[in-house]
Design a protein around this ligand. Sequence first.
Ligand code: ADP
Ligand code: MG
Length: 247
Amino acid sequence: MAIIEVTDLKKSYGALEVLKRITLDINKNEVVAIIGPSGSGKSTLLRSLIHLEEISAGTIRIAGDDLVRNGVYAKPQYIKRITSRMGMVFQHFNLFPHLKVLENLELAPRLAKQGSPAELRDRSRELMHKIGLTERAEAYPANLSGGQKQRVAIARALMLNPEILLFDEPTSALDPELTGEVLEVMKQLAKEQMTMIVVTHEMGFAREVADRVIFMDQGEIIESGTPEQLFMNPVMDRTKAFLQRSY
Ligand code: ADP
Ligand code: MG
C-alpha cells in the first residue's frame, strides 16, 4: 500500500527545471534510498514532500490525503496535518544551539501542544535512551560530537511520532568514524518498520538496509530497483557511469 504517491511532479526555480515529471510511490514500511550526483534534485524532492518547497505542477498524496493535487495546494490547516505525518533529518543537524538536548527534543511538540510537560519529558528521555545518549540529555549541542548531534536530530524528529522519516544525506557532514553510530540508529528504525526515504552516498547502507534504490540524475528518476538489481545489474548507462564513479 502506497503511503506516499507522487504523480508528474515538476519543480522549477525560474527557468531552471530541477524536477521533471517525477512519478513515485513509496509503500508503508518501505526503506527507499535515493542516490545520484550533486544537483540532481534529491534534496528538492524530499523538501517538496514535507512542504519545505512548493512544487510547480503535479500531485503529492500522503496517506491518501492530497497535499497538492495538479499543482493546487491544500488549505494551510490541512497542509499542516498532512505534513505532520513526516519528520525530517538534515545533513547539518539543524539543532537549536541555545537549547539543551532535551529542550531541543521537546520544543516542537510543546509548541504544538502535544502532551503535558511531564509527558514530553518522559518521551524525550525514552528517545534519548533509544539513541544511546541518556547521559547527554542536559548537554548543549556544541558539546556533542557530530554523530551525537545527528542522533539527537533523529530523536527530535521522532518526538512527533511521525509515520514517515525523510533523511537528507544524514552522514555526509560527519567524519567517517562517526557515520556508523548514526547508520546504526537508522537500521534500528528500519527494523522497527519505520517508512524511510534516505538520500545517501552510503552505498553500503543502501545495499544492506534499503528495500529499493532510486537513481536520480538531472531532475529525473533514471532507474529504480532492489539494491541487488541497481548495484549489480544496472540497466541505464547513466546509472552505470554514476556507480563507476562512486566506488
Ligand atoms: P541534490 O540534493 O541532488 O544535490 P538539489 O535538489 O539541492 O540537488 O538541487 C537541484 C538543482 O536545483 C540544482 O541545480 C540547484 O542548484 C538548484 N536549486 C536548489 N535550490 C535552489 C534554490 N533555492 N534556488 C535556485 N536553485 C536552486
Ligand atoms: Mg542535496
